[in-house]
Design a protein around this ligand. Structure first.
Ligand code: SF4
Length: 446
């Protein structure tokens, strides 16, 4: 069989997950790595893959080999693997004060959810990787994204979950609980800003290669949560005197109902905005998202995309999820959005949170590698046709923007391998926007 490209390897892993024993997890932890973030060959970087989230039956297994780690496919060497170092600021935690709530979370790396709550098990994990206690859907400790992106979630609670109509693929586990709306807790914003300060200090110049994303469950109100997002940036500015020089500062949000919120987000410091349609076809939207988002016409997204393109200096992007809608509809969406100048991040359905039920009860499956390759290639070709760069979004267990033409460099301070480019040699620092922003194209071009 011909040697697989790195991208093909990633897609295969994405479709299966990787098995890892508790012993190996514990060993990685002892070595100071964050054992769920996997990086690949040389500078090539990918988001973390869940070892436990959906990989129970995976043919891929992580093993310790001489001088490092590797992934094996049914016992045969598949790829080398190495891991992000666990930053010190990961150890910071936040609690709302009651003993029950010591698991409160300030930051979350989107990709962590699959590991911390594998297939819906909501557990606190000890040093050996064993689940210690049920956390009722909250995440066990403060985490800040490690794959070149810092992600803040001011609310794990979502209006639609509160209304008992969550999106059926939603990765946020558990039922609605007021304590998940972190932004409402006194002290959370201050603690959050302190942690950003600690992260900024630890990352040093590498922060220029880190993205910053604010994401949340949909909050009540016509702003859809924009008010809370703005508070997040204001808290950082108050603590540091200014926003760090992130390579982008992105709001991931349902389109606010009034354009004034787009201006307010931009004025607060957001450079980019991502409004995930997730499902394109009207009937499929209602079926998979039986809530106000699902009943919102795509025309609303179109209007907001067009407006946002005039307002934000960076990228206006969207996401569509493969495996929960027909491929034909998904690609129609990619085409429609590309015609507006908006790239779509295509991600596969992964069975986390509400998605556990979608898989177990309704039979939806993680799309196969072959299927994803086909979709990625068609989506990338659509972007090329419209002269749109591949989405810049860098993060999420399911996102592989590189399969649509984008390659990211890893950030030296977050990886265990020293890089030729270091914070002491700024002239060589890659600014991702300048090097990759127009590299779009089919998988074969990578
Ligand atoms: S996926 Fe749907 S239910 Fe889940 S947080 Fe987002 S809007 Fe809410």
């Amino acid at each position: 069989m011909a040697e697989l490209s790195v991208v093909e390897k990633k897609i295969r892993i994405q479709g299966h997950g990787i098995r890892i024993t508790q012993e190996l997890k514990a060993q990685l932890q002892r070595e100071g790595y964050y054992p769920i973030a996997l990086t690949w060959l040389g500078d090539d970087i990918t988001g973390p893959f869940s070892f436990a989230g959906y990989g129970e039956d995976s043919p891929y297994e992580l093993r310790k080999i001489d001088g490092g780690y590797a992934v094996f496919d049914k016992g045969k060497f598949f790829s080398e693997a190495d891991f992000y170092r666990k930053p010190h600021f990961f150890d910071r935690t936040w609690s709302n004060g009651s003993a029950d709530d010591e698991v409160g979370t300030v930051f979350i790396d989107e990709g962590m959810s699959g590991v911390i709550t594998p297939c819906g098990q909501e557990g606190l994990i000890d040093e050996q990787g064993d689940i210690l206690q049920i956390t009722r859907g909250r995440f066990p400790y403060l985490t800040l994204a490690c794959y070149n992106g810092l992600v803040a979630w001011p609310s794990w609670g979502c209006l639609y979950t509160k209304q008992n109509h969550p999106c059926k693929f939603c990765c946020i586990p558990g039922d609605y609980d007021e304590s998940k709306v972190l932004i409402n807790h006194a002290g959370w914003l201050d603690n959050f800003a302190d942690t950003v300060a600690a992260a900024a200090e630890e990352l040093g110049d590498d922060i220029r290669q880190c993205s910053f994303t604010v994401d949340a469950g949909t909050l009540p109100g016509r702003d859809k949560g924009a008010r809370a997002y703005i508070q997040v940036l204001e808290a950082i500015k108050k603590r540091l005197g200014k926003l760090p020089e992130f390579y982008y500062t992105r709001a991931v949000i349902e389109p606010p109902q009034d354009d004034e919120w787009l201006y307010a987000l931009r004025d607060a410091g957001f450079t980019d905005i991502q409004m995930d349609a997730d499902v394109y076809d009207t009937e499929e939207r209602k079926r998979i998202m039986p809530n106000a988002k699902g009943y919102r016409p795509i025309k609303d997204y179109e209007n907001t995309f067009v407006k946002a393109k005039d307002i934000f200096p960076g990228e206006v992007a969207s996401q569509l999820i493969a495996g929960i809608q027909s491929d034909e509809h998904l690609l129609k969406g990619v085409e429609h959005f590309a015609s507006l100048g908006v790239p779509t991040l295509v991600t596969p359905f992964l069975p986390f949170g509400q998605g556990v039920k979608l898989r177990k009860e309704l039979g939806f499956q993680v799309p196969s590698a072959t299927k994803m390759l086909g979709i990625y290639e068609k989506a990338a070709n659509i972007l090329t046709k419209h002269n749109i760069g591949a989405p810049e979004f860098r993060g999420g267990v399911s996102s592989l923007p590189e399969v649509m033409g984008r390659r990211h460099k890893r950030v030296a301070s977050l990886t265990n391998k020293p890089q030729a480019v270091s914070s002491g040699d700024e002239s060589k620092l890659l600014h991702p926007r300048s090097e990759t922003s127009k590299r779009c194209g089919a998988v074969a071009q990578i």
